[in-house]
Ligand binder design. Structure first.
Ligand SMILES: *[C@@H]1O[C@H](CO)[C@@H](O)[C@H](O)[C@H]1NC(C)=O
Ligand SMILES: *[C@@H]1O[C@H](CO)[C@@H](O)[C@H](O)[C@H]1NC(C)=O
Ligand SMILES: [Ca+2]
Ligand SMILES: [Ca+2]
Length: 217
């Protein structure tokens, strides 16, 4: 078997390895030196990576410590920032702010008396439209849809009264042409209608409603 392998080996190679044994050692040393160089380079790059990592780590920790300095202030001031975003209270985002008051535009229809009661349950009242600015705000939001307001002549026919006691005779009105007409002798509650104009209608009519309340505090 052994003889067979030897005979198979090319003669030239055997001769070369015998003759250049000395140079082989030299070659080995050279190889070792190149290995050392590679190891040195590897070590250097490793050191470089470690250094870069340490630098970036220190930067991250510096930034995070700065964030930690900022965070308590932010947490402390959250409630005041929140009240700027939601002046009507963070828990009542369905209330809209206008000119110092908060308004609720209902999503369901009901009679005037039920609407009045629902506003009261929410610590508010049916809206009292006592200025053109307020009228403008309300009619922009109601978009020709019918919404109850806090105006009635239930107590005495033709004597309109605002539910908060605002004097009807000396304040702003915005009736639709020909209204209030007390149609069928039975129209005692007011709502905003087309173009935000007011109309009297029977109080059991079911429509949306606007509640208003002062700013919470
Ligand atoms: C909010 O932060 C400021 C400093 O940025 C501070 O003067 C003020 O007192 C804080 N407000 C509240 C309500 O703590
Ligand atoms: C009176 O008002 C009602 C709405 O409340 C309306 O349907 C009716 O047409 C009005 N009648 C007259 C005569 O203007
Ligand atoms: Ca009436
Ligand atoms: Ca009418």
């Amino acid at each position: 078997m052994e003889a067979l392998k030897t005979s198979r080996r090319p003669q030239g190679k055997v001769f070369t390895s015998l003759c250049f044994a000395f140079e082989d050692r030299n070659f080995f040393q050279q190889k070792l030196r190149s290995f050392l160089t590679v190891y040195l380079l590897l070590a250097l790059s490793f050191l470089l990576i470690i250094t870069l990592f340490a630098v970036s780590l220190s930067r991250v920790s510096a930034v995070s410590s700065k964030l930690n300095e900022v965070q308590p202030e932010r947490r402390h001031n959250f409630s005041s920032r929140d009240s700027l975003l939601f002046p009507c209270g963070p828990g009542s985002r369905e209330w809209e702010y206008f000119d110092g008051k908060c308004y609720y535009f209902s999503l369901a229809r009901t009679s005037w008396h039920k609407a009045k009661a629902h506003c009261e349950e929410m610590h508010s009242q049916l809206a009292v439209i006592n200025s053109y600015a307020k009228q403008n705000f309300v009619m922009f939001r109601t978009r020709n849809e019918r919404f109850w307001i806090g105006l009635t002549d239930e107590n005495s026919e033709g004597e309109w009264e605002w539910i908060d006691g605002t004097d009807y005779k000396t304040t702003f009105t915005f009736w639709k042409e020909g209204e209030p007409n007390n149609s069928g002798n039975n129209e005692d509650c007011a709502h905003v209608w087309v173009s935000g104009k007011w109309n009297d209608v029977y109080c059991t009519y079911e429509c949306y409603y606007v509640c208003e309340k002062p700013l919470p505090n």
